[in-house]
Design a binder for this molecule. Structure first.
Ligand code: FAD
Length: 523
């Protein structure tokens, strides 16, 4: 960042490229650390990264679930796994357990299914899915349990790895649950070590030049600040991309109805209560409730549609979920609108994090989208020439990624057979993306496959779709082509092996709580 004459957005006169990140939440600090590392700013004296954040505004501090990509990111940043787990009160996440999503619970009966991070087991490339689909529906095991050992391991309250396994690796795929406020601190420390300059202050004004690009920003504390590229990480406020540049926001609320969350943290009942290594997502009459086992407390949030229930009813649902407590629960209400900006890189400004968009917390895609954006910025970064050169391609890719996540999230809602208005409206074809309707039609006759998706644009693979579809009882009828799948004997043997491996793994792997306590040096 520099003060003085305007540099325009075609490069500075001293040949230096300056990046100013505004915002110090997960998006700001992850962007800062990632770009500092990948652009090697310590050694590359032509690059400078400054992060400006307002401690008075603070960060949103929610978002406790992640996706396995976070391991690659943390490893790339050179953050030690155990230190990260201790500093962010983190625990391991092996997937999501969905409760009551298929039908409204009757007589206290709750159904559930699991979406693990492990891909379905494959042996010598043989695909087991058709053989599962052809099994007797009443006798077969649930899809995730038949296909991977992870379901069994997680349900047995075991961790995904042994304590002596190396950082970020283990026999099973995993991510983390963590305390969102603390994660930003861990990332900030690393970003500063990597050479990022940290300023505290409030951006009060954003001045545009004659071309409509950002000329400079003004903060009370630091005056006029100029850069070649401005990265807007100001959260829902979207100070640069939204307020200053006026880039429109595309709401997807007609598809994804939820728009509020009522959150709280509660302590465990007892110090030795097992810590779940999956997010529990329990559907309710107008949305769902997350329940996340952190180290020391459970993070709980009731996500709902304000068109379908009022705030008081949401509070009742949350309190019913938690059950009787002998102390008052402090809750926090957060409003959001599912949607995103179709153009997130405009002239010399690019949005990362909530300023670019947010869909809803289901399947934890917030940090995932930040990782996708910063991976692209780092790779496409224009070291010379116009700083907006990658904008068109970046916008195409990021918009497609948001759009595809909308499709995946909608799948969870539209397959439900729950009877409340929220769920019936969700199953109405009028609320579904056309592509999803088309895919569902095809999947009646064949399971999702890798050619249904373009890898670089997707956050979820075909097997993620399989876990949701078959977890929710979707029917793919392969019976007319039964003869095309003659290796039933071999498939049955593989199913038996998966079962056997799963049983062994529950004995070999440590209890999740014990693993976390060992990493924290407790006991
Ligand atoms: P924020 O955390 O809001 O940070 C904004 C920053 O900008 C702050 O530092 C603020 O001080 C600064 N700022 C703002 N205005 C100015 C200004 N004028 N001048 C200077 N600084 C300014 N994601 C997941 O991955 N998993 C989840 O399970 C998940 N659950 C979620 C649940 C809910 C209810 C919500 C709303 C979000 C959830 N998310 C989740 C998304 C996740 O919280 C965000 O993606 C993540 O925290 C990044 O936020 P951010 O950094 O963009 O914004």
């Amino acid at each position: 960042v520099r003060q003085g004459v305007s540099t325009g957005y075609e490069g500075t006169m001293d040949g230096k490229r300056r990046i100013l990140i505004v915002g110090g939440g997960t998006a700001g600090w992850l962007t800062a650390a990632y770009l500092a590392k990948s652009l090697e700013i310590f050694d590359n004296r032509r690059l400078e990264i400054t992060l400006l954040e307002s401690p008075d505004i603070g960060i949103i501090g929610v978002g406790e679930g992640t996706f396995p990509t976070i391991r690659t990111t943390l490893k790339f940043l050179g953050i030690d796994e155990s230190r990260f787990i201790r500093a962010a009160s983190a625990t391991f996440k092996q997937g999501i357990r969905f409760v009551d999503w298929v039908r409204t619970p009757e007589n206290g009966e709750h159904e559930h299914f699991f979406h693990p991070f492990e891909a379905p087991f494959q042996i010598e490339g043989a695909n087991l899915v058709p053989y599962w689909l052809l099994q007797d529906e009443k006798a077969r095991r649930p899809f995730a349990e038949a296909m991977t050992i992870q379901n069994r391991v997680a349900e047995a309250k075991r961790g995904p790895k042994r304590p002596d396994e190396g950082d970020f690796s283990g026999p099973l795929n995993y991510a983390y649950h963590f305390d969102a406020a603390r994660l930003a601190d861990v990332l900030a420390e690393r970003a500063r070590q990597l050479g990022v300059v940290h300023l505290q202050g409030l951006v009060g004004q954003v001045e545009l030049d004659a071309t409509g690009a950002i000329d400079h920003v003004v903060s009370l504390e630091h005056g006029r600040l100029e850069a070649d590229l401005y990265i807007d990480c100001t959260g829902f406020r979207a100070e640069l991309i939204g307020r200053a540049l006026g880039v429109p926001f595309k709401s997807v609320r007609p598809i994804l109805f939820t728009d509020r969350a009522l959150t709280c943290k509660i302590p465990y009942d007892r110090p030795d209560t097992p810590i779940e290594s999956y997010t529990i997502a329990t559907a309710h009459e107008a949305g769902w409730t997350w329940d996340i086992g952190l180290n020391g407390a459970r993070g709980i949030g009731c996500v709902y549609s304000s068109d379908h229930i009022g705030d008081d009813r949401a509070a009742e649902i949350l309190h019913d979920y938690i059950g009787p407590r002998d102390h008052e629960i402090k809750t926090r209400r957060i409003a959001f609108e599912a949607g995103y900006r179709e153009r997130q890189w405009v002239k010399n400004c690019v949005a990362v994090g909530l300023s670019g968009g947010f869909l809803e917390p289901l399947e934890s895609t917030g940090v995932l989208l930040i990782e996708a954006a910063i991976g692209m910025i780092a790779e496409m970064f224009p070291h010379y020439g116009p700083v907006d050169a990658p904008a068109r391609r970046f916008n195409e890719l990021i918009a497609a990624r948001y759009d595809n996540i909308v499709t995946f999230l909608k799948l969870h809602y539209c397959l439900s057979r729950r009877s409340e208005p929220f769920w019936r409206e969700n199953a109405d074809p009028a609320s579904m993306p056309e592509r999803l309707t088309e895919l569902l039609e095809q999947w009646r006759h064949r399971p999702p496959g890798r050619f249904d998706f373009t890898l670089d644009l997707e956050s979820f693979a075909f097997f993620n779709y399989q876990y949701i579809l078959y977890g929710m009882g979707f029917k793919t009828d392969l019976s007319p082509g039964r003869a095309d799948f003659p290796n039933t004997g071999a498939a049955e043997k593989t199913f038996a092996r998966i079962r056997h491996f799963g049983e062994r793994a529950t004995l070999d792997l440590p209890a999740h709580r014990a693993l976390i306590e060992q990493i924290n040096g407790v006991g």
